[in-house]
Design a protein around this ligand. Structure first.
Ligand SMILES: Nc1nc2c(c(=O)[nH]1)N[C@H]1C(S)=C(S)[C@@H](COP(=O)(O)O)O[C@H]1N2
Ligand SMILES: [Mo]
Length: 197
């Protein structure tokens, strides 16, 4: 009988991954941007959370780096039918960032440097479901993939994971972001194939 030896540093076999309907798996990391990559230097990077009452809280890069970060391993699913399995990220949980933010809002508009926007229910950013990610596969996040930092919300289609994140506006009522105004689904659950409105 064959004995499979996993040498020191050997790779474990890929665990079983479920793939949402209509998706295929890729090992590439396609770049999908609606505009040019904004040049966001860490020295001028700032993230601002604004509540429905106009109350703002901002973090500089140094302040973000001083917060507890988490390593995240997850599959990601793009509405253009590619999925990438077992990606690894490091970032600050939205639970940490929003812990002291007083709000009764139910919706969020994520805003990016460069003007991109995407809307999400606030619930979907909480309870260990979303991060402000600044590393991918152990390296600083490449600018084309949203560096210095992007939103990571892997349970929704990847257009919700705003690259070059600069702000989160909390809202009482749902408002639509860039792709959502252009025919994409308001919520975007890949398991329900919520691609288009
Ligand atoms: N700021 C910004 N974020 C964005 C986009 C964009 O055009 N601008 N595209 C979205 C879409 S449609 C996808 S599929 C993913 C692509 O991320 P990637 O280029 O790192 O693969 O980013 C999302 N976040
Ligand atoms: Mo996308």
């Amino acid at each position: 009988m064959a004995v499979v030896t996993r040498g020191f540093g050997g790779r474990r076999p890929e665990p079983e991954h479920e793939i949402p309907p209509g998706q295929f798996v890729t090992d590439d990391f396609p770049v999908l941007s609606a505009g040019p990559t904004p040049n966001v230097d860490e020295s001028r990077w700032e993230l601002t959370v604004r509540t429905e009452t106009g109350e703002g809280t901002s973090w500089s890069w140094e302040q973000l780096m001083a917060l507890p970060a988490e390593d995240v391993e997850t599959d990601i699913h793009c509405v253009t039918h590619w999925s990438k399995l077992g990606t690894t990220w490091r970032g600050v949980s939205l639970d940490t960032l929003l812990a002291d933010v007083e709000t009764s809002a139910e919706f969020v508009m994520a805003r990016s440097y460069g003007g991109y926007t995407t809307n999400l229910p606030l619930q979907d950013l909480l309870d260990g479901q979303a991060w402000v990610a600044f590393e991918f596969e152990g390296e600083p996040l490449d600018p084309v993939h949203g560096g210095p930092a992007r939103l990571l919300v892997p349970h929704l289609y990847f257009w919700k994971s705003a690259k070059w994140l600069r702000g989160l506006d909390l809202m009482d009522d749902e408002d639509l972001g860039f792709w959502e105004q252009n025919g994409y689904h308001a919520y975007g659950d890949p398991w329900l194939e919520q691609r288009y409105a």
